[in-house]
Design a protein around this ligand. Structure first.
Ligand code: FES
Ligand code: FES
Length: 162
């Protein structure tokens, strides 16, 4: 066991955790943040478990909770601010960027980070950015459309990827 201190969605959590506990299981089972999904039995291929570690998208099934000690984690529950959806979340709603929604939290977290680094992406760049996120339902067309439109809104608001 190790005591870790992690800031999650702005709140500090101090917890004793087994050293082999995965970050995704810490978030879901200890903190009840079940918006972070598990889609591939912790193999790192589906992207449903993507969260931000110090602002960068990471697959939380590929990290141990102890590796987040002293860091800031944001989950999909932390994307909305003051009860307002992020520009990307609003674009997903506007463009029907989801069907079952299982992949959606991971895609939102990955694409939020992506748009911070590339505020005016081409469709090809968006598709390339989505390589690590599997969606079984949508065929990606509406997801790409939503990301492109969110980028436009964010550029118009000059506010970054939130
Ligand atoms: S559960 Fe982490 S990549 Fe699939
Ligand atoms: S909306 Fe169902 S897996 Fe993507």
């Amino acid at each position: 066991m190790k005591t870790i201190s992690v800031t999650v969605n702005g709140s500090v959590f101090e917890e004793d955790v087994p050293e082999r506990l995965l970050l995704v299981d810490f978030l879901r089972d200890r903190l009840a943040l079940t918006g972070t999904h598990v889609g591939c039995t912790h193999e790192g291929v589906c992207g449903a478990c993507t969260v931000h570690l110090d602002g960068e998208a990471v697959k939380s099934c590929m990290m141990l909770a102890v590796q987040a000690d002293g860091h800031a984690v944001t989950t999909v529950e932390g994307l909305a601010r003051d009860d307002r959806l992020s520009a990307l979340q609003e674009a997903f709603a506007r463009h029907h960027g989801l069907q079952c929604g299982y992949c959606t939290p991971g895609i939102l977290m990955n694409m939020t980070d992506f748009l911070t680094g590339n505020p005016d992406p081409s469709e090809d760049e968006i598709r390339h950015g989505l390589i690590g996120n599997l969606c079984r339902c949508t065929g990606y067309v509406h997801i790409v459309r939503a990301v492109k439109d969110a980028a436009r809104v964010l550029r118009e608001n000059t506010g970054g990827a939130r």
